[in-house]
Design a protein around this ligand. Structure first.
Ligand code: HEM
Length: 465
């Protein structure tokens, strides 16, 4: 698993003295740094390639976002240290400061004791029993979509999965009539927010204040979205009734020790966070799921055989999920190949990362994409191979090698929700349709907050005459 240069920090002409003490290693600076811009152009222009090459320079490598240095850890062991073992030594970091105007102090954007309290309060919303209760909403929304398809139709799978995932998370959050307006507004503003979020995250700070259309569109969408969510919360609070939806769980949650609940502002921030964190991530995984089936007829055949055998034309239920073993392996392989690009942190204390001394205040990151495409961990990493996840083969992976949902303190609370949703949607589609690639339309990932496919058009073919 390890490679020759792991731990071998290069000290040479292209290194910064940042953090150096005698006897300590100094992390090399990645090649291609430009004055003022740092590595921003590489990160925005060729993010996947740029991040994948970092490990060949060492286990900890410095890159510059504009003039701001950031230490990227490139081995699974150090990724695990940052996310899990030493999680308490890190806050979330710069990217989160930048998205604070949108997410406020929601889970994704908070740290320390406050984050821990919020996670405790929100746990019931993500409990297995609750998720089992959302399955009906998921299956209904998926059935609505597949029933709208006609044989031989070309559908924009990426857009349809965006819309489906947003409406699923929206309807599980807000089951009321008024909630529909919030879901409709989310459908309108979310694509704009997600498009500009990644650019904002990596671009130098001053770029946010430039009076350019991109900034105006982002700010307007964020303001509209927050306003509609505020209206739904105000109405639900006034009604004070358990609708069995996620919003009711948030409004009714009480701290076990103090008996206190969340303020309206906090519920608001959590709702915006869940809509943002839970929709696009799942939609992207679903789009790649269908893309990869379309590229691999043998995988598709085995998937269909399993669905026909286990589901046999019924509505999919929560209890079916553990029986869909091959489907689960496809989902893992999709999450390996198409994860988030980067997770970021900021050191709160002095930390030793593979011999490199990290001072408080230093930005640290790890790339899930690079880890999941490391040929030392995943032979032939661009190959789509669900059988990598057969128990014997998967057992050889070190901790930190597969982190699609992060790990440790901030491990994604929605992971079971997401895996359930992907399974239900995939099985609902497979009961009736194959999605066939359109010839001559290559699909490639592009950079947004997630690894979105470029336009993914596929043709609907009925599976049964
Ligand atoms: C395939 C789908 C998903 C992926 C790949 C994904 C990925 C992640 C990752 C990597 C993190 C950790 C971020 C970090 O450590 O900085 C995270 C956190 C989070 N996710 Fe997910 N997620 C998915 C679906 C969902 C869903 C469906 C929801 C909610 C319904 C959700 C809600 C959250 C929240 C609230 C956090 C913040 C947790 C914290 O910081 O304490 N996610 N997610």
């Amino acid at each position: 698993m390890s490679r020759a240069n792991v731990g071998g920090m290069v000290v040479g002409p292209d290194v910064a003295g940042h953090g150096s003490r005698s006897g300590e290693c100094i992390a090399p600076v990645a090649p291609g740094r430009l004055p003022l811009l740092g590595h921003t152009m590489s990160l925005l222009g060729q993010p996947f390639r740029f991040l994948s090459t970092l490990r060949s320079h060492g286990e900890v490598v410095q890159i510059y976002l504009g003039t701001l240095p950031m230490y990227v850890v490139t081995s699974p062991e150090l990724a695990w240290q940052v996310l899990a073992t030493d999680a308490d030594s890190f806050d979330k970091g710069m990217i989160f400061d930048k998205v604070r105007p949108l997410f406020g102090n929601g889970l994704l954007n908070s740290d320390g004791d406050f984050n821990r309290r919020q996670r405790r309060l929100m746990q019931p919303a993500f409990h297995r029993k609750r998720i089992a209760g959302y399955v009906h909403t998921m299956a209904k929304a998926a059935s609505g979509l597949v029933e709208s398809w006609r044989p031989g139709e070309v559908v924009a799978v990426d857009e349809q999965m965006d819309s489906l995932a947003l409406s699923i998370v929206g309807r599980t959050l807000f089951s009321t009539e008024l909630g529909r307006d919030a879901v409709a507004e989310a459908q309108r503003s979310m694509p704009i927010l997600s498009k500009y979020l990644a650019i904002r995250a990596f671009a130098p700070k001053f770029a946010e204040r430039l009076p350019i259309p991109a900034n105006r569109r982002y700010d307007e969408a964020a303001a509209r979205f927050r306003r509609v969510v505020a209206e739904v919360i105000a109405a639900a609070r006034a009604e004070s009734k358990d609708h069995g939806d996620l919003l009711s769980t948030l409004l009714l949650a009480r701290d076990e020790d103090t008996g206190e609940g969340m303020s309206d502002q906090q519920v608001h921030d959590e709702v915006v966070t869940i809509l943002t964190a839970g929709a696009e991530t799942t939609a992207v995984a679903l789009a790649w799921f269908f893309y990869e089936l379309g590229q691999h007829p043998e995988v598709e055949r085995r998937f269909h055989t399993e669905i026909d055998h286990v589901i046999a034309g019924r509505i999919v239920t929560f209890d079916d999920i553990p029986r869909l073993q091959y489907t689960q392996r496809i989902i893992r392989e999709v999450l390996r190949k198409y994860p988030l690009l980067l997770l970021m942190r900021r050191a709160r204390t002095h930390v030793d990362l593979g011999g490199v001394h990290i001072r408080p205040g230093t930005e640290v990151a790890l790339s899930q994409y690079a880890l999941h495409h490391d040929p030392y961990l995943y032979p032939d990493p661009t190959r789509f191979d669900p059988d990598r996840w057969l128990p014997d083969r998967a057992a050889t992976l070190p901790k930190g090698a597969f982190v699609p949902f992060g790990a440790g303190l901030h491990h994604c609370p929605g992971y079971s929700f997401a895996e359930t949703e992907i399974t239900i949607v995939a099985a609902t589609v497979a009961a009736r349709w194959r999605l066939v690639p359109v010839a001559g339309k290559p699909v490639h990932p592009r950079l947004t907050a997630t690894m979105r496919p470029s336009r993914l058009s596929m043709i609907t073919m009925p599976r049964h005459a």
